[in-house]
Design a protein around this ligand. Structure first.
Ligand code: ADP
Ligand code: ADP
Length: 242
């Protein structure tokens, strides 16, 4: 089945319609960019995946959202198959990273658990530690294993969060505005790592307001505008239309 299917998804926040009959399909091994200006519905899209927001009930029988073919999913279980990297660093730090006091390798190890609480109460196996080091190394961050998260630069912090999302070897990686607050060098480096991940076979979905972040491996583009898909299709078609 497709990784993700949205079928006529409509969602409200308070009384505002924030997603309006939005449809899309992402198949395994397709790399997709969801591009849209601020306020177009990019965070809404992520919140629908993580159950922070719910779509309106459908008019017919087709479920509005299916993830790996299922219309019900448990967010904590989804983490093993879809790594989601939030753009909200501050909230991550407060809620999931013990206010930034975790070291790089501890941050990556939290990826094995559904919450900070579980991380604190579970035995961390040698296999997990081994996987965490290998994942950090794969993203040029081996040297950050003992560095406290809140002592890292923005670029380093992003790479460690990417490692956390990858540590369970998910089939899909979703990145929400991955280069926000990065300087030019850190941004290029971050994108290079994302490209490597895509080439190695993980399905990548990047959500961004920067067209420059539509990296060469991206096959499909969805242009979001006011909660609707203004365009959805192969990248070469978007870039030739306007
Ligand atoms: P993006 O992530 O692309 O910037 P959002 O998904 O955050 O866009 O926002 C989509 C729409 O939802 C915007 O029109 C925005 O003003 C509106 N919105 C965002 N947060 C809220 C909220 N808490 N209540 C009502 N409307 C909201
Ligand atoms: P860089 O050194 O990579 O240029 P900065 O350290 O100047 O990045 O950070 C840019 C922004 O990112 C700051 O506004 C800061 O809030 C945020 N930031 C940077 N590092 C962290 C971190 N480790 N934890 C939380 N936020 C961070």
């Amino acid at each position: 089945p497709p990784v993700l299917q949205f079928h006529d998804v409509t969602a409200y926040r308070n009384d505002t319609k924030v997603m309006d009959q939005f449809s899309m399909t992402i198949n395994p091994r397709e790399h997709t960019a969801i591009v849209g200006p601020n306020g177009s519905g990019k965070s809404t899209f992520i919140q629908l995946l993580t159950h922070q927001l719910h779509p309106l009930a459908p008019e017919g029988d087709t479920p509005p959202i299916r993830v790996f073919g299922k219309d019900r999913w448990i967010v904590s279980e989804l983490r093993k198959r879809i790594g989601i990297i939030s753009s909200d660093l501050e909230s991550e730090i407060r809620h999931n990273l013990n206010h930034g006091r975790l070291s790089g390798s501890e941050v990556v190890l939290t990826g094995f658990f559904s919450s900070m609480q579980l991380f604190g109460h579970h035995r961390i196996t040698d296999a997990m530690k081994h996987k965490a080091s290998r994942t950090l190394a794969s993203i040029d961050a081996a040297h950050l294993k003992d560095r406290r998260f809140n002592r890292m630069s923005a670029g380093e912090a992003r790479r460690v969060l990417i490692a956390r999302a990858l540590v369970t070897s998910p089939e899909v990686l979703v990145l929400d505005e991955p280069t926000t607050a990065l300087d030019l060098v850190a941004r290029e480096r971050c994108l290079q790592h994302i490209r490597n991940i895509a080439r190695q076979g993980t399905t990548v979905l990047i959500v961004t307001h920067h067209l420059e972040e539509v990296f060469p491996e991206v096959t499909n583009v969805i242009l979001l505008k006011e909660g609707r898909a203004a365009f959805s299709g192969p990248k070469k078609e978007v870039l030739t239309s306007d």
